[in-house]
Design a protein around this ligand. Structure first.
Ligand SMILES: *Cc1c(COP(=O)(O)O)cnc(C)c1O
Length: 435
């Protein structure tokens, strides 16, 4: 018998290495790995959006109770159906319809393992050979990583910091072509903390209609707004352009570990249920049916994926219907206070500026002025030295597509945030160019 162990060695999927290199987790892991273990102070996480570790961000009691009850009932130990259990899908349809000018039906709703699986599903469904999708810059790099892993081409349009990080729609028109399937908007915005007006969203819808592309609206931060613009769902413009809305309970209920999200077609004209137009000769194999409608393609994709745990789905109607405004306002009040602290403290640090006060989500983009610093050569260098010297984690802008910016997460306990800025200020003073 040939002894294979003498030549052990496996070749792995090369697409994954490139895809992982650009993702936030990879960069955060590198930063966490650089913490100085001799620093007795706690590490302050201003780099990622998960405030659930702080007691002031504990989720609603009704949500916890709903999960416990679902488990105790012993009725939800089975496999789920592919797109989710009926009462949970109905509850999501009702919940989202509250903000829309028309009513969603159960068939519009597909439950997913968090918003991330909803992203994976829609991009996979649209990955026709040669197709491309348009992504915002700065953005949420999971889109880029995922697209790279399925060989879907991406093109970037700019968000304009001089105009509240609105979409540069001329740029969108310039980069779209006949193979463009969709554009993605993230509202409220990660990483910019922007909240788009009704008027701007309508212009986005009109531009997408003109180009004949659908809008993928990542609304994972729905209703997490604390400025002057209220949250308006993109689905409100579903009669202008078909919209695929992605969301989850991860951020509004501060339970990203529960992994319950949704992919919802907000498409009152039923365009996503129409068959695509074949542009190539019909394939020979009937199995290789490339002319699925978008909704069928979504379901095919979900058929091959794991489902959110059944007991979490079972708790969803209670969670969505019974969580009181007192819980939401408490969370919003803490985030608003934290955003104020963040913007005020940024003003004390000459080498970072914040062009737009955040009005939603949990993040702000701050511009780094390297000319004021002595021995820091870019944003990654800044973040690496900051974590080594001060045990503060901040995400370099290059991770979200903007070099020499920083993405700061302010959704942490306000006292920890103050502490974080004391350290950032000390760090920047120490590295300031001597006059
Ligand atoms: C956090 C986040 C997600 C992922 O949400 P999950 O429900 O935790 O999968 C998706 N999109 C954006 C913009 C996010 O910030």
């Amino acid at each position: 018998m040939v002894n294979g162990s003498e030549r052990w060695g496996f070749r792995c999927n090369p697409e994954l290495k490139g895809a992982a290199a650009v993702n936030i987790r990879g960069i955060l892991m590198q930063l966490i790995g650089s913490v100085n273990k001799d620093d007795p102070r706690p590490v302050l996480p201003l780099g990622h959006g998960d405030p659930s570790a702080f007691p002031c961000f504990r989720t609603a009691k009704v949500a916890e109770d709903a999960i416990v009850e679902a488990v105790r009932s012993a009725q939800y130990n089975s496999y789920s159906s592919t797109i989710g259990i009926l009462q949970a899908r109905r509850a999501v349809a009702e919940y989202l319809s509250r903000d829309l000018p028309y009513t969603l039906v159960v068939d519009d709703v597909h439950l997913t393992l968090g918003c991330n699986q909803a992203i994976q599903t829609i991009l996979t469904a649209l990955a026709y050979p040669g197709a491309n999708v348009l992504l915002p810059r700065p953005g949420f790099p999971f889109y880029e990583s995922l697209a790279a892993s399925i060989n879907l081409e991406v093109r970037h349009f700019d968000l304009n910091p001089k105009k509240g990080w609105e979409v540069d729609l001329e740029n969108v028109e310039a980069i779209a072509d006949g193979n463009t399937a969709a554009m993605v908007i993230i509202n409220p915005g990660n990483p910019c903390g922007s909240v788009y007006t009704h008027q701007h969203l309508k212009k986005i819808a009109e531009t997408a209609r003109k180009l004949g592309i659908l809008v993928i609206a990542d609304e994972v931060y729905h209703h997490l707004t604390f400025g002057s613009n209220p949250f308006v769902p993109m689905g409100a413009f579903g009669s202008i352009v078909p919209v695929v809305t992605l969301g989850s309970i991860s951020k509004r209920w501060v339970v990203p570990g529960w992994r319950l999200g949704w992919l919802v077609t907000t498409d009152p004209n039923g365009i996503l249920r129409k068959l695509g137009v074949p542009s190539l000769p019909l394939p020979l194999s009937p199995l290789k049916c490339e002319w699925n409608c978008v909704v069928e393609s979504i379901i095919d994709c979900l058929n091959m994926s794991p489902d959110p745990p059944t007991f979490i789905q079972a708790a969803i109607p209670h969670i969505l219907q019974e969580t009181g405004m007192d819980f939401f306002s408490k969370i919003i009040d803490i985030i608003r206070e934290a955003a104020d602290i963040c913007c005020n403290r940024i003003k004390e640090v000459p080498c970072i500026t914040c062009p737009n006060k955040p009005e939603g989500s949990m993040f702000v983009m701050a511009k780094l002025d390297l000319s004021l610093l002595e021995d820091i050569y870019d944003d990654m260098d800044f973040c690496l030295k900051l974590v080594k010297e001060e045990s503060v984690i901040v995400l370099p802008g290059m991770a979200v597509g903007l070099k020499n910016w920083l993405r700061i997460t302010f959704a942490i306990d306000p006292s920890a945030l103050e502490d974080g800025f004391d350290r950032i200020k000390a760090f920047c003073q120490r590295h300031a160019k001597k006059q």
